[in-house]
Design a protein around this ligand. Structure first.
Ligand SMILES: C[S@@+](CC[C@H](N)C(=O)[O-])C[C@H]1O[C@@H](n2cnc3c(N)ncnc32)[C@H](O)[C@@H]1O
Length: 302
């Protein structure tokens, strides 16, 4: 397998997979809530771990957000550089006007819609900590990132920067189940899954987030699963999905390749077989994930 594994390309390939997986009920509820804010001044949005900016694109593609000031944080400089390139070409091909007002600042407009976008390569946790208590944010977005962070620490800080009717949209929260098929060896397949999960900071972020939202002052407005379910179509895998799958398989390899409790010869054979299954258009892959939309609980007096 002669793949060059590149994180930004992986995030680009993930967009299409996420689009299919995102929970529609949760997104529709977000859309309805934001619709109510459309007649007011621009809303304030913060995104944590924005990667290469695919959520901004998604929200523009689906017209879900009203005019807004949108600050997208990612800790990686390369991701922010890629986000900059992508947003410029996205706007140009999608009939948005884009004005570049700073190295990483843009005003994106179409008709009466206007988005002031600021891309920042900074630890979002630091920013949220420094803004603690300001209560000026309408929407905080965190997709596929909370499993990398300390939930118990970050949730109260997110709560404290939101306005009283502010929204927290968190999607693609991994929740403890990975499946690769068809089976190679049931027992070894399970060992790989189990050991892979053990390398994660929190392999059950989905349910832990649910518990924390329920047990604290938040009100959940919508929740649902957003599993990645990847399977070949009659014409096989397209290049994008194929890249995504190879990248995921390689991620499993990198996570386990230094573990002394795993037979490395067997691991390499297993990984090679999974790559082959992608090339032969027979691999199936599921990752269980969940999405939430929550607010500060004004309605139920929590
Ligand atoms: C799995 S990626 C998801 C990216 C994007 N949300 C998406 O769904 O495509 C997680 C991202 O979070 C970023 N990240 C991790 N910790 C962070 C932090 N403390 N502050 C800002 N970004 C962070 C990483 O650099 C990475 O781009």
């Amino acid at each position: 397998m002669n793949y060059q594994y590149n994180y930004q390309r992986y995030l680009a390939s993930k967009k299409q997979i996420d689009d299919l997986a995102l929970n529609k009920r949760v997104l529709d509820t977000l859309s309805a809530k934001l619709d109510r804010k459309a007649s007011g001044p621009p809303i304030k949005i913060i995104e944590i771990g924005a990667g290469i900016g695919t959520m901004v694109e998604r929200l523009l593609e689906t017209n879900i957000i009203p005019s807004a000031d949108y600050t997208a944080f990612d800790i990686s400089r390369s991701n922010i550089e890629e986000a900059k390139e992508r947003i410029i070409s996205f706007a140009e091909r999608s009939n948005y006007l884009i004005e570049i007002v700073g190295p990483y600042k843009f005003i994106i407009t179409r008709g009466s819609f206007s988005l002031r976008l600021n891309l920042i390569d900074q630890d979002a946790l630091e920013f949220i900590e420094s803004a603690k208590g300001v209560q000026d944010t309408d929407l905080v977005i965190a997709q596929a990132v909370l499993d990398l962070l300390n939930l118990k620490q970050i949730l109260p800080n997110i709560f404290s920067i939101l306005k009283q009717d502010g929204l927290f949209y968190s999607s693609i929260n991994f929740d403890g189940m990975t499946y690769f098929g068809p089976a190679i060896d049931d027992k070894f397949d399970s060992i790989i899954e189990d050991q892979y999960h053990q390398t994660m900071i929190d392999s059950r972020t989905g349910r832990h987030l649910l518990s924390l939202l329920v047990d604290s002052k938040w009100e959940i407005l919508a929740a649902g699963s957003s599993d990645w379910m990847v399977y070949p179509s009659d014409s096989g895998y397209d290049e994008n999905t194929s890249y995504f799958l190879h990248y995921i398989i390689n991620t499993v390899y990198e996570a386990l390749s230094t573990k002394s409790n795993i037979n490395q010869v067997r691991l390499e054979a297993w990984i090679n077989k999974r790559h082959e299954q992608v090339e032969n258009n027979i691999l199936q892959y599921i990752a269980h994930q969940s999405d939430y939309l929550a607010t500060k609980g004004l309605a139920n007096g929590k």
